[in-house]
Design a protein around this ligand. Structure first.
Ligand SMILES: [Zn+2]
Length: 365
């Protein structure tokens, strides 16, 4: 048995994976609950490892422990040279918001994930997807029948896999990461609870997918009217730095279509108030068929990023709800998210170019 000093960024699962023990063994040996917050500086007793054939760390077909901004940074530094990264903004608590880009084609496609704190499995999905996609391109292999090399002649793929790094950190590590004053603020927003596993918002209690100028007022009228763990749209549209960063990127690049990843329900939402182009229904059905998801025309809500994109550009925008199970989804859900998510993401890369088409429609109005 060894004694381990808990560091910033540690979670029970991360420590368990590192020492090849189970979280149950860790909790039992330290007489603690699996939901307990790990304060940095605490000493944990780590039992001797039991022999296991489980692989260590993340693999591309499974996520063994929480994936947040630290893991993203590690992945960012080991990217192949054909994936470019660029900081497009900074979160409320000062974390970088990273954009990744691959390919040189004229058709610009945008993936985004972890808009909500408890949806970090989509960050892992998008980063793993990028890694494998590029490695298949380099080895000239097909992936589910798709030729990554041919796609990247046609497409430039943009991805912001972690829109809400502060929210994800809160969910994974609890409020002690914030320092005393800010900790009290978010604890108050969280109803005094230490448990942040259901937290969706950013560090100011604003829901980054309720922040968009597309029916914002109507949506705000039926939502919390002050900072809250979810669904509070802010004092006005686009007040939060994380949403602003995606807004500026979207205005600059004028994507042909976008996929905004959320969890959960295994659904594809393809419409917004009838403002989407007529092709959106068929394309939504294609995405749904690829992932074995359910296609849905309209969520009946407003002020989301996908809603704003459709309204502004009149091009296809999709909200993808990955995963199925208890909320929030645990790392064990990653295998299913991968198996269903990869064919869906690949399918979206084969869509026609809407850039010119919808410009024509807009100018005719
Ligand atoms: Zn979400």
């Amino acid at each position: 048995m060894i004694e381990y000093n808990v560091k910033q960024g540690d979670t029970l699962r991360k420590i368990a994976v590192r020492f090849q023990v189970t979280t149950v063994q860790l909790c039992y040996r330290n007489n603690m609950s699996p939901e307990a917050c790990l304060e940095p500086g605490t000493t944990l007793f780590v039992p001797d490892a039991v022999p296991t054939d489980q692989p260590r760390g993340e693999t591309h077909s499974g996520c063994l422990h929480e994936y947040g901004w630290r893991e993203l940074e590690e992945d960012r530094q080991s990217l192949p040279s054909s994936i470019f990264s660029e900081q497009i903004g900074i979160s409320v608590l000062g974390k970088p918001i990273w954009l990744f880009r691959a390919g040189n084609g004229p058709k610009k496609i945008f993936f985004s994930g972890a808009w909500h704190g408890n949806e970090w499995l989509n960050t892992w999905l998008l980063m793993s997807f990028l890694h494998v996609f590029i490695s298949k391109e380099e080895s000239k292999e097909r992936w589910y029948g798709v030729d990554p090399g041919a796609i990247l002649q046609e497409v430039t793929l943009y991805a912001v896999p972690l829109v809400n790094p502060d929210g994800v950190e809160l969910v994974q590590e609890g409020a002690h990461v914030l320092g005393k004053e800010k900790k009290n603020d978010v604890m108050q927003i969280n109803g005094g609870m230490h448990d942040f596993r259901h937290w969706s918002a950013n560090a100011r209690g604003v829901d980054l997918n309720h922040q968009w100028p597309a029916g914002w007022k109507e949506e705000a009228a039926g939502s919390p009217d002050r900072p809250f763990p979810r669904h509070y749209g802010g004092e006005a549209p686009l007040t939060e730095p994380e949403a602003k960063a995606v807004y500026q990127l979207s205005m600059q690049e004028e994507f042909s279509h976008i996929l905004a990843l959320h969890s959960q329900g295994e659904e594809v939402y393809w419409g917004y108030s009838g403002l989407e182009p007529p092709e959106s229904a068929e394309l939504g059905n294609r995405l749904a068929a690829a992932g074995s998801f359910r296609p849905v025309a309209d969520a009946g809500s407003s002020a989301g990023y996908k809603d704003w994109f459709i309204k502004t550009f009149r091009r296809p925008g999709f909200t993808i709800e990955t995963g199925m199970g208890v909320n929030p989804l645990p790392p064990e859900a990653s295998a299913r998210i991968w198996i269903t998510g990869v064919p869906l993401l690949l399918e979206s890369l084969t869509f026609p170019d809407f850039t010119k088409k919808s410009r024509d429609i807009t100018s005719a109005e």
